[in-house]
Ligand binder design. Structure first.
Ligand SMILES: [Zn+2]
Length: 193
């Protein structure tokens, strides 16, 4: 597959979603050959599900050729394209938020939603733990967060989501206040279920 083409298309679609006209100095895509190189770049032993991440204006992704050999994921062109879009969307999030990336559920949830990855994931029966991931980093953040963001966009529109990302706070308490100000209701599971 032509990853540069995927990257270019993702930029086009993300420009539209985030309403940012990013046409120059946009992130560079770095294809990483194997797990050994991922560990080297990250400076630690990484988990087998970790296949993409971002750095300073860079998007890193495990080489599609070694995808199944070097990770626990199944490879398909569609999944791989969504991975690239997911990572790239984090760069857009940072640009919009002026380099804030908490809460983690909003950070990952937006990437899962906008990349389309939630379409192939199992929908949770109810929301019950995504709010635990404000600062806490965990692979469980991926379980509900994309669907929580989908709920916010489908029910209240994209503008409110973009406004929330533009106004991220310095701590959880301030964020909850900002959320209430923008959405008109408290950030509680009962308002999502
Ligand atoms: Zn992510």
């Amino acid at each position: 597959m032509d990853v540069d083409e995927v990257f270019k298309n993702s930029i086009k679609e993300l420009n539209e979603f985030f309403e940012i006209n990013w046409i120059e100095n946009f992130p560079e895509l770095v294809i990483v050959p194997d797990r050994k190189k991922i560990d080297e770049l990250m400076g630690r032993k990484t988990e087998d599900w970790m296949v993409g991440w971002i750095g300073k204006n860079k998007v890193y992704a495990l080489d599609s050729k070694n995808y199944e050999k070097e990770s626990c994921h199944k490879y398909s062109e569609d999944e791989y394209s969504k991975l690239i879009k997911h990572e790239l969307s984090h760069c857009y999030f940072l640009k919009l938020s002026k380099y804030k990336s908490e809460p983690d559920w909003l950070w990952e949830g937006t990437a899962l939603f906008v990349s389309g990855q939630i379409k192939t994931r199992e929908r949770p029966l109810k929301f019950e733990d995504f709010l635990e991931f404000y600062s806490k980093k965990s692979k469980y953040v991926y379980r509900e967060s994309g669907f929580a963001v989908e709920f916010l966009v489908e029910k209240y529109g994209k503008d409110k989501l973009l406004k929330l990302i533009k106004n991220l706070a310095h701590n959880e308490k301030e964020f909850n206040e900002k959320f209430k100000e923008i959405y008109g209701f408290e950030l509680k599971y009962e308002n999502f279920n």
